[in-house]
Design a protein around this ligand. Sequence first.
Ligand SMILES: C[S@@+](CC[C@H](N)C(=O)[O-])C[C@H]1O[C@@H](n2cnc3c(N)ncnc32)[C@H](O)[C@@H]1O
Length: 280
Amino acid sequence: MTLSELFQSLTKQLQGLYSKQESESLLIWLFEEYLGKSRKDIRGDFVLNPLPVEFQNAFKELLEGKPIQYIIGKAPFYGREYLVNSSVLIPRNETEELVHLIIKENKNSGMRILDIGTGSGCIPITLALEIKGTDVFGLDISEEALTVASQNASLLGANVVFRKSDILTEEIPFKNLDIIVSNPPYVKISEKELMHGNVLKHEPHLALFVHDDDPLLFYKHIAHKAKIALKPKGRIYFEINEALGRETVNLLKETEYTEVSLIEDLNGKNRMVSAKFNPA
Ligand SMILES: C[S@@+](CC[C@H](N)C(=O)[O-])C[C@H]1O[C@@H](n2cnc3c(N)ncnc32)[C@H](O)[C@@H]1O
């Protein structure tokens, strides 16, 4: 069987789970990773016999619905590659937009920046590498996530200090901050049904869900605790649940923040909120 025939046959098998376009891009990813073959090679008459066992196993996992990033153990974010495993969320495009907004709005060197709920470390590592001369910190409740974040920081040559901390029960362990950023858990348990099966089955629930009766729980804790951790005129940047834009804005306004902005992502969804801490 030529690579082109193999590609077509595997694309068909994946189409029970993914669209044709998604199936093709996932397969190209797999072909590149395990066979060293690019999109161009797939069109030729190349024959590969036998198929490497690693490729066969990876395809089996893909068919079972495992996200490709967990299969190959890495995911792209803001032009760099991050190690990921089942204890960290796969970095999302929306989060790249949040990071891009922060980079665009904050060019000063000498800033102190903290990311709360850091997961793979994609947010603080990008900020440390893109905004020169900053002191960047990240915290998470999960020891396993912090291990991945530290590995990513050293592989990418970023200087980030990570700390284990529970933002719901502890004070913020860093002070004098210019920026606090967070993409905390914000999916309501009742929204589970709307989610893709492979997210639900494979991504860490600790990173995703909050109870329906208090969906802004993390935002409340961070907004209150940030008041002693931020410098006056320091800024907060949140990624938010698109259905809770107005509520998140009101929460910040009621907690002594000014210049509160609700920002849409590229798909026109309310996805980010930024605000300035302006103590009276
Ligand atoms: C939505 S994920 C964000 C991960 C990463 N920042 C990103 O954007 O890809 C939320 C993160 O918050 C962490 N987390 C959950 N509860 C926490 C808590 N009480 N205190 C600190 N971090 C928490 C999870 O372990 C997870 O890494």
